[in-house]
Design a protein around this ligand. Structure first.
Ligand code: GTP
Ligand code: MG
Length: 459
């Protein structure tokens, strides 16, 4: 795919608000000439003569109309983020100076960049592959240290290396097969089928090893979506507040206080926990707003990776608790026995028929909360995490690896059933192509659009 490099793109690369500085970034063949039209350097040097990667003080002006005092840096092709001429203008971080500088760049010939377009250019110009470009987005969106270390390692090419290694083995096998295709029937050299199947098994094993890291990698990256559910007044909102360490949700002694879902994210030992406090579930509610709230709670249960089912341990189980337990089929559940500061009346929990860890807590007195966090972590992460290990975090990559494994399985079957070499070669090529899609060997516009539309503007 050829890049349309004849235009120069511009964007505000920093968050728009009030900040110390904000950066307007240009990339493309006219980046330096556009900068020279809007920038008056304090030194007498011309912008086109600025040495690359050196910072220059000056003013952004529009026909001698002083807009902002800025620092400007030029980074010349190909040694820049995009491999094109890049100019970064560090303005004061207010909305007006940044927008005026941006508009001035557009007035002088730049085009507003699409989301992720700078990184897309870095990819199309061959500086990084597609999995590395995706890692850039993951770095920006990382919510914990673990998510960041996975993304940084991918940007460094860890996945590329693993994938290329397996591709090389498949390419070698393919070369041997293809040689036989060119021979006439009498001349066909003996190919060692057993040796080839052994090699394919080796690739298969390595790919499956990468796949096995996905469950943990996904949790590092996306976190655990956790619904706090239970009947009204058991202390769900109190539990949310205790877990996040803030009085965020309204707590009252009136049953049915929470109506809408309240979402908060915390970091537990390196994994993001996305907590949802929900409306208490009653089997029969006659209040329209409460009914809608309960419907939303049901949806949250469906979407959750984990349910914290809160019971009031100072009361006996009720029909409502049993009704809720029925909704939790096939879910990972922790039974939170709240109000442990009060005399215990709750028993026969086993009659709820849930396979769940029991965690006594007092949300009000903040007791048992750390233990609960630890139990949640251990439910999802086995043993000690070795951050130098590779973790697969991207669903697109996972699907492509699965597809590649599928094609290798077909190859093995064909070998075993004595299918002709042409067909075996086709399956091997398919396995290679799936792996090639991870690094973006033959990218389609549709794939690129899907990936880069997730980026922020200016990256
Ligand atoms: N003694 C005691 N009271 C608690 C505890 N947790 C919550 N409560 C009280 O229980 C009542 C209900 O608490 P909430 O957190 O609003 O309960 P909820 O489950 O969110 O209720 P709804 O939003 O109505 O479904 C309040 O009066 C809280 O102070 C606890 O650990 N111990
Ligand atoms: Mg509540």
């Amino acid at each position: 795919m050829k890049i349309n490099s004849d235009d120069t793109i511009v964007a505000i690369s920093t968050l728009i608000g009030e900040a110390g500085i904000g950066i307007v970034r240009l990339s493309g063949p006219d980046a330096i000439s556009i900068a020279s039209k809007i920038f008056q350097p304090k030194s007498k040097k011309l912008v086109k003569d600025f040495p690359t990667f050196k910072i220059n003080l000056g003013k952004v002006t529009d026909n001698n109309n002083f807009i902002d005092e800025v620092l400007l840096m030029t980074m010349r092709a190909p040694k820049s983020y995009t491999c094109e001429d890049v100019v970064e203008i560090s303005c004061h971080g207010g909305i007006v100076p940044l927008k005026k500088t941006l508009e001035l760049c557009v007035k002088n010939g730049a085009r507003l960049a699409d989301p992720g377009e700078f990184t897309k250019r870095a990819f199309l110009n061959g500086r990084i592959d597609l999995s590395q470009a995706e890692a850039v987005c993951d770095i920006i969106k990382a919510k914990t240290d673990l998510a960041l270390s996975c993304a940084v390692s991918q940007l460094n090419g860890s996945l590329t290396k693993i994938i290329n290694k397996q591709k090389n083995v498949i390419t070698d096998i393919l070369a041997l097969i293809e040689v036989t295709i060119d021979y006439t029937e009498e001349e066909i050299p003996n190919i060692d089928k057993i040796e080839m199947i052994k090699k394919i098994n080796g690739v298969d094993k390595e790919l499956k090893k990468i796949l096995s890291t996905f469950q943990t990698g996904k949790i590092f990256k996306e976190g655990v979506r956790t619904a706090i559910i239970g009947k009204p007044n058991v202390g769900k909102s109190s539990l949310l507040n205790a877990l996040i360490g803030q009085d965020k949700a309204i707590v009252t002694e009136v049953p049915g206080t929470t109506r809408d879902v309240i979402e908060e994210t915390i970091n537990i030992f390196g994994i993001p926990l996305i907590l949802m406090d929900t409306a208490g579930i009653r089997k029969h509610s006659y209040d329209v707003v409460e009914k809608i709230g309960i419907e939303k709670t049901r949806e949250e249960i469906q979407n959750a990776d984990l349910v914290l089912f809160v019971l009031d341990s100072s009361n006996e189980l009720s029909a409502e608790d049993f009704h809720i337990a029925e909704l939790l089929n096939l879910k990972k559940v922790i039974l939170v026995l709240n109000k442990s500061d009060l005399p215990k009346k709750l028993d026969e929990i086993s009659s709820l028929k849930l396979h769940a860890t029991l965690m006594p807590v007092s949300a009000k007195e903040n007791e048992g909360i750390e233990k609960l966090k630890k139990a949640i972590y251990e439910l999802f992460i086995e043993g000690k995490v070795n951050t130098s290990e590779f973790f697969l975090t991207n669903m697109r990559h996972k699907i492509l690896i699965e597809n590649s494994i599928g094609s290798l399985e077909n190859t093995k079957l064909s070998f075993e059933n004595g299918v002709s070499e042409e067909f075996i070669a086709l399956d091997l090529k398919a396995a290679l192509n799936f792996l090639g899609e991870i690094t973006g060997e033959v990218p389609t516009e549709e794939i690129l659009n899907r990936i880069f539309s997730n980026f922020c503007v200016g990256k």
